[in-house]
Design a protein around this ligand. Structure first.
Ligand code: 5GP
Ligand code: MG
Length: 469
């Protein structure tokens, strides 16, 4: 998980504040990562970067933005999946080689980092961080041609796994997406400027129009000669289905589909697959709301707001004390007794990962007077870890891995439990072939090296299939 953004405006045009556009682009992508934020700009001669730990609005203020003048910029918000949460691993990563500078921001997770690090070490290329992003940046920066497009194309052929990245030099901007298109990246226009972003909601905020998704295995280079697209490989594409289920914002359009609409339909389908007699349907805000609306609409059971979410919960830097921690989920949610008391409640959420939040939520609903709590999940059970950049636990931490639905229900304390089926997912999100669904099926679109599998699967040798419903 991470958000990336890039913008190129012609050097000779009116003075445009690309750092400010990037700030707002990142602000729209804040949900993709809250650990650190950074922006790099170029004025045609020099690349300047500024990055720090924290939210976009904590890292940048007017003063810092005004120090970032230029006509090319990239930005990044980070949620770590390889490498720890420290300043050295914040992005954009900046590297100097052969008399020029590159800056790079990456969303995804490489699966052959160790091998490439060894090779680069052999070539006496120095590395400062533990992140896979630095490996990517080094491959591009150290490329012998000195041509951004050539360097990116060669690097794309060497790295494996999931990646959607933006990279810039003093003179150009490039974006590229892994051959399976696991992580998203869209192309937009803002007048004569070109814009790249993880999600279309970032384009909306700055007034840019969505041109299209960059395709799986496609790259684009923008410089004074204009934009040049090039497609490497012809794999069919396996967009992360979890982007559709949970991760991307509902107001983003991905692969031509509005995600609010997709999620609402998941909820409708769930109502068909797992109906129940009840008095009210509530969603777990915000991610469960669209599916809850769909469930209510289809079932005819009235929709209600039974949970209020504190909208300032992000990454809290102050740890709650022990007494507060035990109330855990109350930092984020409070239940509305007036909606719940004496009622049979359907509660819809988009996914269950470890189950710790959900268990406390169910308990909270009962404490607020719910007579029955029917949990409905608008995605199939998550049974296998993600190696492509979604922070999904070792397999032994995944609640549904190796458990029947009834065992999961008992652990969560719900009156009943049902998940959307894989068929239901296909009917609402789109054909299975278009998606990476490894977290739901254990089938990975790329090869996962044994040592990487071992690290995440060390307690269970193979994914255990789970019966649906
Ligand atoms: P759990 O019960 O597994 O602890 O939490 C389930 C909740 O976590 C759901 O509301 C779901 O929307 C949310 N969720 C799913 N994946 C992620 C994630 O990667 N990060 C965060 N912060 N929440 C997630
Ligand atoms: Mg949620």
């Amino acid at each position: 998980m991470c958000g990336v953004f890039g913008i190129y405006t012609p050097a000779e045009g009116p003075d445009r504040d690309v750092a400010r556009s990037t700030f707002f682009g990142l602000f729209a992508l804040q949900h993709r990562g809250q650990e650190s934020a950074g922006i790099a700009v170029s004025d045609g001669d020099r690349v300047t970067a500024m990055k720090d730990m924290g939210l976009v609005s904590q890292v940048f203020d007017e003063g810092r933005l005004s120090g970032l003048a230029g006509h090319i910029a990239i930005g990044h918000t980070r949620y770590s999946t390889t490498g720890s949460t420290v300043w050295q691993n914040a992005q954009p990563v900046v590297r100097h080689a052969g008399g020029r500078t590159i800056a790079l921001g990456h969303n995804g997770n490489l699966t052959n980092t160790a091998e490439l690090r060894e090779e680069l070490r052999g070539r006496r290329v120095s590395m400062r961080s533990t992140s896979d992003t630095e490996v990517m940046a080094a491959l591009i920066a150290e490329h012998e041609s000195g041509d951004l497009g050539e360097a990116v194309a060669d690097a794309m052929g060497r790295i494996e796994g999931a990646f959607a990245a933006v990279v810039m030099t003093e003179r150009g901007l490039a974006g590229f997406r892994d051959p399976d298109g696991i992580r998203p990246l869209v192309v937009g226009r803002l007048g004569d400027a070109w814009v790249l972003a993880s999600e279309s909601c970032a384009l909306d905020l700055i007034g840019a129009t969505l041109e299209r998704d960059l395709e799986p295995g496609e790259m684009v280079v923008v410089d004074e000669r204009g934009a040049r697209f090039r497609k490497l490989g012809d794999r069919p594409g396996s967009l992360c289905v979890f982007e559709y289920i949970y991760f991307a914002r509902p107001d983003s359009v991905m692969h031509g589909r509005g995600l609010h609409e997709v999620r609402r339909r998941m909820g409708e389908r769930l109502a068909d697959e797992a109906p129940v007699e009840a008095d009210v349907v509530i969603g777990v805000p915000d991610s469960g709301t669209p599916a809850a609306v769909g469930y209510a609409r289809r079932s005819g059971i009235p929709f209600g707001e039974g949970l209020v979410k504190n909208r300032y919960v992000g990454r809290t830097f102050i740890q709650p004390d022990q007494a507060l921690r035990e109330r855990g989920v109350r930092l984020k949610f409070n239940a509305l007794r007036s909606v719940l008391e004496g009622r049979r409640v359907v509660v819809v959420d988009d996914s269950i990962v470890r189950g710790s939040t959900t268990r406390k939520l169910v308990q909270m609903l009962f404490e607020a007077g719910a007579r029955e709590v029917h949990l409905r999940v608008s995605s199939p059970p998550i049974v296998s870890p993600c190696f492509y950049g979604i922070d999904m636990a070792d397999q032994d931490e995944l609640l549904a891995a190796g458990r029947t639905i009834e065992e999961v229900r008992r652990r969560l304390g719900a009156t009943s439990l049902a998940y959307l089926s894989l068929d239901g997912l296909e009917a609402t999100a789109g054909p299975a072939e278009g998606f990476c669904r490894a977290c739901l099926t254990g089938e990975y679109p790329t090869e996962i090296p044994a040592d990487m599998r071992l690290a995440k699967l060390r307690f269970e040798p193979a994914p255990v299939p789970v019966e649906i419903r």
